[in-house]
Design a protein around this ligand. Structure first.
Ligand code: BEZ
Length: 213
């Protein structure tokens, strides 16, 4: 079982995929990355998930984010299933799917949860920053398809908070007010946030979203 934690360096690997052999770090380059597993090819929820990710190609590109899927099925299975995804979801799969038949990557990332299923991967998601540190880990059960809008939202938050001394409140979305980090004094806040801020409580100060750079 993997012991990966937030802030750890995402392990690198070589893998066979639906688009040929890749090296994970080479594939990511300087981009942000999403590595996500699904239980099996030719299953209904997974078909909708991979179709949804394909349709968000421009959203991921705007966020300089590359996606990479994984299941323990083989390359030929992936290639046949991709045709079904394209047909049924009215899209074109535009990212590689790892064929992790020997479970090397699944085990490296702790994507098999034996009490849920001792052979298939669950729905794990890892968001990885350009410095290859792990910024987000979420695990969903096989029976629940993921909300990819939520992943875009988290990436927006991560990319903003990487540059600005702010954090994003509950249900925040791009363009909405953010909270000022507790470590920032009011004096510093006046300098950093020229649009001003509202002190609801000394520990809860809201400011319009600054630029994410
Ligand atoms: C699905 O993708 O539909 C699925 C896969 C494994 C278990 C349950 C559902």
């Amino acid at each position: 079982m993997s012991e990966l934690k937030l802030g750890d360096k995402a392990p690198n690997f070589d893998a066979e995929t639906s688009e040929g052999k890749i090296n994970f770090y080479d594939y990511l380059g300087d981009s942000w990355g999403i590595l996500f597993s699904h239980p099996a090819d030719y299953t209904p929820v997974c078909t909708t998930e991979l179709g949804a990710v394909a349709k968000y190609k421009d959203e991921f590109a705007q966020r300089n984010t590359k996606v990479l899927a994984l299941s323990v099925d083989g390359v030929e299975s992936h290639k046949g299933w991709i045709e079904d995804i394209n047909e049924t979801q009215n899209t074109t799969v535009n990212f590689p799917i790892i064929a992790d038949e020997d479970k090397k990557v699944s085990n490296l990332y702790g994507m098999i949860h034996p009490k849920a299923d001792d052979t298939l991967t669950v729905r794990s998601v890892y968001v990885i920053a350009p410095d290859k540190s792990i910024k987000l880990m979420i695990t969903y059960p096989a029976s629940t398809g993921r909300n990819f809008d939520e992943l875009l939202r988290v990436i927006d938050s991560l990319q903003l908070t990487a540059y600005q001394k702010v954090a994003t409140p509950a249900n925040w979305k791009e363009g909405e007010d953010v909270v000022i980090s507790p470590a920032v004094s009011n004096e510093e806040a006046k300098e950093l946030f020229p649009k001003g801020f509202k002190e609801v409580k000394p520990y809860l100060r809201m400011t319009p979203q600054p630029d994410n750079k």
